[in-house]
Design a protein around this ligand. Sequence first.
Ligand SMILES: NC(=O)c1ccc[n+]([C@@H]2O[C@H](COP(=O)([O-])OP(=O)(O)OC[C@H]3O[C@@H](n4cnc5c(N)ncnc54)[C@H](OP(=O)(O)O)[C@@H]3O)[C@@H](O)[C@H]2O)c1
Length: 259
Amino acid sequence: MKTALVTGASAGIGREFCEQFAARGDNVVVVARNAERLEELKAHLEGRYKVDVEVLAADLTDAGDLQRVAERVAQRENPVEILVNNAGFGVKTSFLDTPVEKEVEALDVMVKAVVVLTHAAAGAMVARGRGAIINVSSVASFLASGTYSAAKSYVTVFSESIAAQLHGSGVSVTALCPGFTHTEFHERGGISVDKSSPLAKRLWLDADRLVRDCLADVEAGRVISVPGRQYKAITGVLRVVPRPLVRSHRLSNRHRPSK
Ligand SMILES: NC(=O)c1ccc[n+]([C@@H]2O[C@H](COP(=O)([O-])OP(=O)(O)OC[C@H]3O[C@@H](n4cnc5c(N)ncnc54)[C@H](OP(=O)(O)O)[C@@H]3O)[C@@H](O)[C@H]2O)c1
């Protein structure tokens, strides 16, 4: 039995990680802002799987809250042996149409918190000689699509780098790169997406399969996990095509100054 700490546990992919950890008998520390949803998740997981669930309500954009989570990650009693940096959100508007505070908030949640919590976890895990860190990135990390894909590029390269530095320590680091996945992500971000066309049906992933594939990749020691054959093919292409071609897919969304 291990203890896993999952950020963004109140919904979507994070909630699914908690479900699968609890199903295999692991205890879970659940982190997100919505305390009510976390308490509901605790009651569900403890009732169904007889594991212990700790609720840690925190806003990762708040320095004090982030520090509390980092302290729990590094704690010696009931040590966290698996860290999932999953919390995140999408920004619908183009760079100049988005208030800069929102851009910085995205970096706080999807970059700063990932760095702080990975640092806290890696130190404690290396001292124990074992552990696993999963950083939820995105297929967007291979694109050039605003602050979101820049933040996710950071997460992918950061994870590769720390995985290399910790090689042989007993601690693994994996960047999970999902493509379109059925969660609350697009609705919360006000991002309209096609889910019903035949192409969309082939593209969209279910969170349970995504997490299952990711955990198999972690078990296999993979540093980058891209669940789904469709996304393995897409990211394979994105890694070799010239960057001007990668950039060109955003041209239709370029900022047009108002007259
Ligand atoms: N769904 C996709 O298509 C897709 C594709 C690629 C990558 N991803 C990535 O997958 C991860 C999970 O997203 P999801 O699809 O599961 O979205 P989701 O259903 O909207 O869940 C997002 C989670 O992040 C938490 N969160 C957001 N801001 C937070 C903050 N300031 N402090 C603490 N927690 C915060 C939310 O909880 P509270 O609101 O309770 O705080 C929620 O639990 C994200 O990193 C996202 O970028 C998603």
